[in-house]
Design a binder for this molecule. Structure first.
Ligand SMILES: Cc1cc2nc3c(=O)[nH]c(=O)nc-3n(C[C@H](O)[C@H](O)[C@H](O)COP(=O)(O)OP(=O)(O)OC[C@H]3O[C@@H](n4cnc5c(N)ncnc54)[C@H](O)[C@@H]3O)c2cc1C
Length: 394
């Protein structure tokens, strides 16, 4: 039987960060993962460039039943702390939109940094290792794995959420949490495209690939960002962001021209260029394919002179563009979701250390916990911060 001070389950962002910190503190650490490669989600993240943090990350950028839970870890290991490591390592990076940091060259730079740090601090990494059973014995843990029986004093669970099962995502963390009496906040795919029913897909056929800036609202939450028609439904950052807040059966409202009072614009155009066709006028504001289809769907004639258009028709068009109400059929699910919302109830965990309140010595970090970030580097920041916090305590 091999014995360690600490076993970390899951060689993703959170698990590696925690293991590095613990190894630096002189703990004998091993990270186990069933995959053949570590940190696969880092590798594919941010289109291969890993949006590794957001400099403006605050607790309001995270969803959780307890919005205060993430405060302590985020405060103690901040985005700048991670950037410091990136700079020290000499990894080239750039700021895409305000605060959103990406690798200049490749996400592999971040993976290499983490793996080198783990190795130089004396931590071990065992891949292709299945964890069959975990028992709590004599104040420690005994694990039955495909590499034999292993024992440890402290156990950190960092096996992530359910998104992208093709890459090896499993519900392991939730099952283990339940085994030790933890509650699970219902999980759901988040940061995920919407799917539409056949009638809507027919309405929008031919629009696949059309992108605009839009404001999307669900309940009291709204995001203004890129919006994209796809052959299955809707995507783009504004849709991914709102999907984390959306609940099945809820309608969303979409403003395809945020920042413009379309009714005023049309009235002004009626005065100044009454002979312009409605189609040409709207195509000044929206991509031609979209503006043509919107006129058609609202029974307005593309070639009508804008000067002849009754105000009631302008009002109809204005509402169709700026208050478009739509009932998504669903989402693309865990197959493409960037993250899993919900997860291990934070009531059962210490916000300082991520330790279980029900089973001392057991810790949960990263995406498996009921803390879900917005799109924009927040999810990795949670992985770094929660991993770091546990790493100081284990
Ligand atoms: C396509 C995509 C792009 C993304 N881009 C970004 C981005 O740019 N910025 C950002 O902030 N976030 C991004 N995310 C989200 C981010 O990747 C996750 O929030 C983050 O990886 C979570 O880290 P984690 O360590 O908790 O879990 P993971 O990274 O999922 O790591 C979990 C590890 O546990 C292992 N594991 C799972 N089950 C078992 C088991 N039963 N036994 C053994 N090992 C197991 C897995 O193989 C994996 O290595 C993206 C996600 C996706 C899917």
């Amino acid at each position: 039987m091999r014995s360690f001070d600490l076993i970390v389950l899951g060689a993703g962002a959170a698990g590696l960060m925690c293991a590095i910190e613990a190894a630096r503190r002189g703990r004998k650490v091993v990270v186990l993962d069933h995959a053949s490669k570590p940190a696969e989600k880092i590798r594919i993240s941010g289109g291969g460039k890993c949006n590794f943090t957001h400099l403006k990350a605050t607790p309001k950028n995270f969803l959780s039943q307890n919005p205060h839970f993430c405060i302590s870890a985020l405060k103690r290991f901040t985005p700048w702390d991670f950037v410091g490591r990136v700079i020290e390592r000499g990894i080239p990076y750039y700021e895409k939109t305000e605060g959103q940091l990406f690798c200049e060259t490749s996400a592999q730079d971040i993976i290499d940094m983490l793996l080198d740090d783990l190795q130089s601090d004396g931590g071990e990494l065992w891949l292709k290792t299945d964890i069959r059973r975990v028992d709590h014995r004599d104040g420690g843990f005994v694990l039955d794995t495909s590499e034999g029986i292993m024992a440890c004093e402290k156990l950190v669970v960092a096996t992530g959420g359910l998104s992208i099962p093709k890459m090896g995502a499993t519900g392991f963390a939730y099952d283990l949490a339940r085994q030790f009496g933890h509650e699970i906040i219902e999980t759901r795919p988040a940061l995920v495209p919407f799917t539409l029913g056949p009638d809507k897909l027919e309405d929008f056929s031919g629009l696949s690939g059309v992108a605009v800036e839009a404001r999307v609202t669900a309940g009291k939450t709204q995001f203004t960002d890129g919006f994209l028609f796809t052959h299955r439904g809707l995507s783009g950052p504004a849709i991914l962001q709102i999907s984390s807040y959306w609940r099945t059966g809820e309608a969303v409202e979409i403003d395809l021209l945020p920042g413009l009072n379309l009714m005023e614009w049309l009235l002004e155009r009626k005065q100044s260029r009454g002979k312009q066709s409605l189609g040409n006028a709207l195509a000044e504001l929206l991509p031609r394919r979209l503006s043509d289809r919107w006129l058609e769907l609202n029974n307005l004639r593309n070639e009508s002179n804008i000067g002849d258009l009754p105000n009631a028709s302008m009002d109809l068009l204005s509402k169709a563009v700026k208050k478009w109400t739509l009932l998504p059929m669903g989402t693309e699910g865990y197959r493409t979701a960037e993250v899993t919302a919900g997860g291990i109830d934070t009531n059962g965990l210490s916000s300082q250390t991520m330790e279980s309140r029900l089973c001392p010595g057991l810790y949960f970090i990263g995406e498996c916990v009921d803390v879900t970030g917005w799109l924009g580097g927040y999810n990795f920041q949670w992985a770094w911060s929660s991993g770091w916090a546990a790493g100081q305590a284990v």
